[in-house]
Design a protein around this ligand. Structure first.
Ligand code: AN7
Length: 367
């Protein structure tokens, strides 16, 4: 169990507070040296939460677990990649970083860059970033540039700017990003003692599925697991270039995090799918919202809509899950990122404007 080994090295009676962040925890698997300044918010070590209600829906003894990466410091898996990208940028003497983002990358880039004493420039598609993410980028002190175009357009601009000016690109084209993100696969294997049979994951720019595949392969090569999972990638139906086999010019989905029409990590993602005998599939916005609500009200786990695509996809493919299989669904971002979608899409009763007295409250409660 490397997680515990890491903690034991720090002292005889380690506590969870001793978790040093993923670079120090998984240092020997990462391209860092003594010269690398570690810029960390103690990201990683996120829980793998059993999902009994979803498991029951799949049936046949299938065990479903949720890798809840929404519990990272800025509320998404992007922190894993960003601690690496920003530490390496700092090591190289960079004073500013730039990214295009559907929201989560911008929040993570802003937090880590500022912590490292660097400027952060973030380009976002104007009007299509969930409120919590925009709030984070602003509060962390980024310079936010909202462009009247989609993510793909913003990324093209960012690549151009990073080519011409002294700023470091921290989108997942930056190889250190995927290096950091692969540690999520390590944690899954560390927690289960083996790789799962299926890994279900939302796919936007396709960096995370590529990073997980790298992580599972490295761990297996080192003897930490005997098997590799089938990589099941799920895209929103209105933004499903990998399912369709061509870019999507005007991607559209309620899951704004994965509103991406031209994934830069396409080749790596195809490799992950082919080598793992996995698959890509589209899930509709209705299916995403159904899974989102089930996660909240059934499991007590609040993720953002894009993250629920992993569970929506699993439910869609449930007949194919082998009996007794272990399935990990990656919940990439925290539900608090996007409060307006939660307020609009839920099955709860919200009684407003009540008279402030016991009789009224009791009556509404049904007593
Ligand atoms: C919650 O923040 O692309 O397939 O700019 O925020 O690795 O792109 C976010 C992507 C899934 C897709 N879930 O991951 C960005 C951005 C959430 C996300 C994805 C994103 P990739």
């Amino acid at each position: 169990m490397p997680l515990l080994d890491v903690l034991r090295r720090l002292g005889p009676q380690p506590t969870l507070q001793d978790w040093p962040g993923l670079i120090n925890a998984y240092r020997r698997w990462l391209p860092v040296s003594k010269a690398t300044p570690v810029i960390t918010l103690r990201e990683g070590a996120t829980p793998l939460i059993p999902a009994p209600v979803i498991s029951e829906r799949i049936g046949r003894g299938v065990k479903v677990l949720l890798k809840y990466d929404g519990l990272n410091p800025t509320g998404s898996f992007k922190d894993r990649g960003m601690t690496m990208a920003i530490s390496k940028a700092k090591e190289a003497g960079s004073e500013a970083v730039i990214c295009a983002s559907t929201g989560n990358t911008s929040a993570a880039a802003a937090a880590y860059a500022r912590r490292g004493g660097m400027r952060a420039f973030v380009l976002i598609p104007d009007g299509y970033v969930a409120q919590g993410k925009l709030a984070q980028a602003l509060l962390y002190g980024a310079e936010v540039l909202a462009v009247q175009g989609n993510f793909d357009r913003a990324l093209a601009i960012v690549r151009d700017v990073a080519d011409r000016y002294p700023v470091t690109l921290v989108n997942s084209l930056n190889p250190y990003r995927l290096q950091g993100q692969k540690t999520a696969a390590f944690e899954v294997v560390d927690a289960l003692g083996e790789a799962p049979d299926w890994l279900c994951i939302p796919v936007g720019n396709a960096g995370n599925i590529s990073a997980y595949w790298m992580g599972f392969n490295e761990y297996k090569a080192a003897g930490h697991s005997k098997v590799l999972p089938r990589m099941m990638g799920f895209q929103a139906a209105g933004a499903a270039p990998l399912v369709l086999g061509h870019t999507v010019d005007n991607p559209d989905t309620i899951a704004t995090a994965i509103r991406i029409g031209n994934p830069v990590n396409k080749e790596n993602a195809l490799k992950a799918r082919n080598e793992s005998k996995g698959d890509f599939m589209a899930v509709t916005d209705a299916e995403i919202i159904e899974a989102y609500k089930l996660l909240g009200s059934g499991e007590g786990v609040f993720c953002e809509p894009a993250s629920a695509a992993s569970v929506a996809g699993l439910l869609k493919r449930r007949e194919e899950v082998p009996q007794g299989a272990t399935v990990v669904c990656v919940l990439t971002g925290n539900g608090l990122k996007d409060p307006s979608t939660a307020i609009e899409h839920n099955d709860s009763h919200f009684h407003t404007g009540l008279d402030p007295d016991t009789a009224t409250v009791a009556r509404v409660m049904g007593f």
